[in-house]
Design a protein. Structure first.
Length: 403
């Protein structure tokens, strides 16, 4: 055991005998790279392990009575529509496992093949001197649609508006033009620096605030899901598994219908848009930009009765929802890893909604919130596990609670 952050962590030093189900990892960096943990197991075994982990976490949290877990999986490789890579000189890579140490890479089999090719092309263009990274480039991020027809590129600098070098926009344009000549799927790019510190915000929030100071091409790409087109702005949150996004929409929306639905932590509106086809009114809530602006545009196109609110979910539930005379027939939530927490769960319960669909990317915080919802009188009736992140220990759950 060795200390890791505030908790001890076991470190594998040798394999004395291998399980029969153990398989050869596809990536040459597996074991060193911090991205994947389960490439040594076939997909079926990964899914079994994730179901067992979810059950254990829920039971430890006191959620003892559970419906049968319904598991969903798709292609286990090349699924990521977004990759974010560190830049270190002429190399690109990730962080080594359990550290912040840079690991140069030459492959990433969970990434969209096109995105990896474009990342390597950009690296090679810098290596041979055709272009150069803007000074202080720390990360590059590629985002594509599900069919790899269009790609957005984001470069982040370890700089602020006041310290960024004057030539940075010129270097961005040169890089994009050279990359576009080899990969015409590149339709837009942006160069971001740190925003102005806000002492009212937490350090984590402040570090996430970025200001785009230079652009090339379009700011958005079109992402199609079940025949619906979403205009997604560069750097906006969107689901990362290009093979399971449609399944998520099917499970979340289903055949639900009614008068009023709340979509909280709505992002760019992946679930809000199909909900407008089934509910008389949808009120969708998002605080993060640029997703909040994308959400507003998507709901405007769906009709004036639907509303996008730029607010935190807690503030909406505590301050705005009580002023809405009608009780929502459905509340949908897709929070970040931190989950809801007791104040938000309590405010959610006060809406009196008969049905809650909770989409979670963290089993621990979901289990905590599930127990709170059960204590508020709800029953957990349906539980889906999606293998949204194959080769990693991360899970995605979709749970239905009813009064």
């Amino acid at each position: 055991m060795k200390p890791q952050h505030s908790s001890p962590e076991s470190v594998l030093t040798a394999i004395t005998s291998a399980l029969e189900e153990r398989t050869v990892p596809l990536c040459q960096h597996f074991g060193e790279c911090g991205g994947c943990q389960l490439q040594h197991l076939p997909q079926a075994s990964q899914l079994t392990a994730k179901q067992a982990m979810l059950l254990d976490v829920l039971k430890r949290a006191g959620v003892a009575t559970l419906p049968e877990i319904q598991a969903h999986a798709a292609k286990p490789w090349h699924y990521r529509n977004r990759v974010r890579l560190r830049v270190d000189g002429n190399e690109i890579g990730y962080s080594r496992r359990a550290s912040n140490e840079f690991l140069p890479i030459g492959m990433c089999p969970i990434a969209s093949p096109l995105l990896l090719q474009m990342a390597m092309t950009a690296r090679d263009l810098v290596r041979i001197g055709t272009v150069q990274w803007p000074t202080a480039t720390s990360t590059i991020e590629f985002f594509c649609d599900s069919e790899e027809r269009s790609v957005q590129l984001s470069l982040q600098l370890d700089a602020t508006v006041g310290t960024v070098e004057r030539d940075a926009p010129r270097h961005l344009r040169a890089l994009c033009e050279a990359l576009h000549a080899r990969h015409p799927q590149l339709i837009g790019a942006g160069l971001s620096v740190g925003g102005t510190p806000d002492p009212k915000q937490t350090r984590r929030v402040q570090e996430s605030i970025r200001v785009e100071i230079a652009r090339w091409g379009s700011q958005q790409l079109t992402y199609s899901v079940r025949g619906r087109d979403y205009a997604i702005t560069r750097n906006a949150f969107f689901q990362v598994n290009r093979f399971l996004t449609a399944t998520m929409v099917d499970l979340v929306v289903g055949d639900r219908r009614g008068s009023l639905a709340f979509d909280l932590f709505a992002g760019a509106g992946l679930f809000s848009v199909p909900l407008t086809e089934r509910f008389d009114q949808v009120i969708a809530v998002e605080i993060g930009e640029p997703a909040a602006s994308d959400l507003a545009a998507h709901l405007r196109a769906c009709g004036p009765q639907h509303q996008a609110r730029r607010s935190t979910t807690r503030d909406f539930l505590q301050k705005e929802a009580p002023r809405i005379a009608q009780r929502p027939d459905l509340v949908l939530l897709d929070p970040p890893r931190a989950g809801l927490g007791a104040p938000t769960v309590n405010a959610l319960a006060r809406t009196g909604t008969r049905e809650i669909v909770y989409v979670s990317c963290d089993a621990g915080t979901f289990a905590r919130d599930a127990r709170s919802l059960l204590e508020s009188g709800y029953t957990l009736t349906t539980l889906h596990l999606l293998d949204l992140f194959p080769q990693t220990f991360h899970t995605e759950t979709i749970a239905v609670f009813r009064l």
